[in-house]
Design a protein around this ligand. Structure first.
Ligand code: SF4
Length: 168
């Protein structure tokens, strides 16, 4: 699998100062996607064990509160193995820091993936231009959901992050 880029200090994808990684490859093709250069599965750079180590080392700084995984499509079958290995290694090293992942899939369709053991928040659903709103926090369009993954798993129903709403 491949990734597009890593940001060492990101304050626009999730709460606080975070490290973010953008995976490479997405087949959803949402109209006016914010990140079209990540669509080609052959673009970007190779994602290796060294990439995981590099991301984990960047997360070591005290001011970094967590890791954000975006795309591209981190949950695509071509990318899910690397996404899972990264998330697992992160949680083993940083129990008190959070992982947020953005995906075009709906949680209900991928909820059996191992990766959900390790992540705190999932922002799900494809970007819909007709529902886009620049005032929304953490998401581009109002149909997308900012889901508290561990509460959702425990209660077996979708639990949104505090203060979040959905308008589809
Ligand atoms: S799922 Fe995300 S990366 Fe893929 S086309 Fe839609 S907005 Fe772009």
């Amino acid at each position: 699998m491949r990734y597009n880029k890593i940001r060492k200090m990101d304050i626009s994808n999730g709460p606080g100062v975070r490290v973010s990684i953008f995976m490479q490859g997405c087949s959803f093709n949402c109209k006016n996607c914010f990140n079209p250069e990540t669509h080609d599965f052959n673009g970007g750079k190779e994602f290796t064990d060294e990439t995981i180590e590099k991301v984990l080392d960047l997360c070591d700084k005290d001011y970094v509160v967590g890791l954000s995984i975006l795309g591209g499509e981190a949950m695509h079958k071509k990318n899910i193995d690397g996404t899972t290995r990264l998330a697992k290694a992160f949680k083993e090293r940083y129990k008190d820091k959070t992982i947020w992942i953005w995906t075009g899939f709906l949680y209900e369709d991928i909820k059996d993936y191992e990766v959900f053991k390790y992540i705190d928040v999932l922002v799900d659903g494809q970007f819909k231009e007709e529902l886009s709103n620049p005032m929304l926090r953490f998401k581009g369009s109002s149909n997308q959901r900012v889901i508290d993954v561990q509460k959702t798993r425990k209660q077996n129903k979708i639990i949104l992050e505090e203060g979040e709403e959905v308008h589809a």
